[in-house]
Each structure stands twice: as C-alpha cells, then as structure tokens.
Design a protein around this ligand. Structure first.
Ligand SMILES: *Cc1c(COP(=O)(O)O)cnc(C)c1O
Length: 302
C-alpha cells in the first residue's frame, strides 16, 4: 500500500473538566495519516480507488472548490496508486492558484475550471457524459465523496477502534458521509454524534438515507446543530482562543473549519451535562490542518 489509512493512533485527553464530570474523551488522530491530506477523505476514497485500480482506464474525475480538502486527497491518493486524476473546479481559473489547488497540481491532478452555473449541473447525466467524452472513461466521484461508496469507505474507520467500549463517537460534518460510515460501523449501543459545520443544515437524515439506505438505526444518531460559528469556514475570536487552549492544554492542533468546531461542541455539551457520567467519548480528528494556512500569521500558537 502506498499509504496506510490504518496508521492513526488514539490519544487520551486529560482534562479536569472530564474528571469532574466522570467521563473520558479520546481522539483518533486521522490527521496523523498525512500532514496535508485530511484523513477521513482517504477513507471515503478507499473503495473508489479500488474500483479505479481494477478498471482498464485507471482514471478518476471528481469535483470541488478552490479550498477543497477532498480534491487534494483525491490528487494525492491517485498519484500514490498510479491513477490519473482530473479535478473539476468551481469558478473561473484564478490568476494565482490557491495553496490547495497548487497541492493538487503538485500531486499530478489535471484541473478543469468551470463556471458556477455549470458547476451546479455536476450531477446531471448529460454533463457527466460530456466529461467522459472530453477525458475518456473514468470513475466519477461526487463532490466530497458523497455517495454510498464513500460511506462504505468511511465505515473502515471502525477498524481503527475495533475492541472499543465507546459510548459516543463524534465527528465534524460537511457532506455527512463520514457520519454515515460511523453509523454503518457502530456497535449496537453506541451513539454517533454529528457536528455540522454549515449553517442551517437540516437535511442530515435525508443524506443518511441516501448514504446508508436501511443499514443504520436513526436512534443511534445525535446532532449538535449550533456550532457552525456563523457558517462554513466562518470563525470567531472565541473559536480561535479555544484552538489555542487545546494546543496549550493537550498539544492538539485543530483546524478552524472542521475539527475546532467539533471539539468546541463536545466541550460545551459536556459542560452542560448533556453527556451522562460514565460516558466514554471518542472524537475523530479528521485532519484539515492545512486550512489554517489562510489565517494571518500569529493567530495560532501552533
Ligand atoms: C471533509 C472534512 C470533514 C467532513 O466530512 P464529511 O464526510 O463531508 O461530513 C470533516 N473534517 C475534515 C478535516 C474534512 O476535511
């Protein structure tokens, strides 16, 4: 294997708050699989990569914006496996590529920029056919790996924590595909908690129906909806201060788009006694740390 998605340690967080509430919080460090590529993205890609490797065309086409962690992960994984990758990017080609898109190019991804209007058609069969005509036969991965195949890959995260007695497993959510994978892999008495990082995200259950079909139990899902800090990639001084606290207290680096919001939510819910004593909580550190590069120098202590 060119990279190992199962190489992610579990760390215990020692915090007076957790002692005082008589519960534990562990973190599975998917961010340590690779310094740039978000760990959960590599899980979501797993079965798509297998499909592409078994195909004769050995090509993957996928979609994302200029700051998409999914595009970087796809570019990286395709290069590692000797696959061709094409990234369809939302918006006109900028004068200067974002750091994210530069990483994609460095990993050998061919970029195609399309207008926002065209991008909105990216699930349309005619549009996809045109892409195949342009680039040849390929495996097409929806934006963010949002597909049952992506959820099945995310379910492999369960392999990292096989003999666990976690009562709750928690993740930040964008497309909800990672949450879906956790639900597919969950033991009977576990609760999977989703912390949406988008504002007004009310369709989690519809998404899970698409991603998991009947293979999950709605009763096992918990959603903490009010931790988006104004919306996707929005932040407040309170969130930044909390990130610096996590670093000083636990040497835990987080990103402001996803994982900081997850940990803030879990701390807040623990403070408010919304986890019962005796809970053993696991949080996914999904990665995304490269996103912090867009913050002004000196904002973070790490
Ligand atoms: C993409 C991403 C998520 C969200 O995953 P979904 O499966 O889309 O819900 C969470 N954390 C990080 C760091 C990500 O890059």
């Amino acid at each position: 294997m060119p990279f190992n998605i199962f190489n992610a340690p579990v760390k215990v967080l020692q915090d007076e708050l957790f002692c005082s509430k008589n519960l534990t919080v562990d973190v599975v460090r998917l961010d340590m699989i690779h310094p740039i590529v978000s760990g959960n993205k590599l899980f979501k890609l797993h079965y798509f990569l297998q499909e592409a490797l078994q195909s004769s065309h050995k090509t993957i086409i996928t979609f994302g914006g200029a700051y998409s962690n999914h595009l970087v992960a796809t570019a990286f994984a395709c290069q590692a496996y000797g696959l061709k990758s094409i990234g369809v990017v939302r918006g006109e080609m900028p004068e200067q590529l974002s750091a994210t898109l530069q990483h994609c190019t460095n990993y050998g991804m061919q970029l195609k920029f399309i207008s926002r209007v065209d991008y909105a058609k990216k699930e349309n069969a005619y549009f996809l056919n045109d892409l195949i005509t342009e680039f040849g036969q390929a495996i097409i991965i929806p934006e963010g790996g949002y597909h049952p195949t992506g959820a099945k890959g995310a379910a492999l995260i369960g392999e990292l924590i096989k003999e666990n007695n976690y009562s709750h497993i928690c993740t930040a959510s964008g497309t909800t595909t990672t949450t879906a994978g956790l639900l597919l892999a969950a033991n009977a008495n576990q609760t999977i908690i989703s912390v949406p990082v988008l504002k007004g995200m009310t369709d989690t259950e519809e998404r899970l129906d698409f991603l998991c079909g009947n293979n999950y139990k709605k009763e096992q899902l918990g959603i903490f909806n009010n931790y988006h800090f104004g919306g996707y990639a929005k932040k407040t001084p309170e969130l930044i201060a909390f990130m610096n606290y996590l670093w000083q207290q636990h040497q835990l680096p987080t990103d402001f788009v996803y994982t900081a919001k997850l940990f803030f939510a879990i701390y807040d819910q623990i403070k408010n006694d919304n986890f019962s004593p005796g809970s053993n909580i696991l949080c996914l550190h999904t990665g995304g740390l490269q996103g912090n590069n867009s913050l002004p120098a000196g904002t973070l202590l790490f």
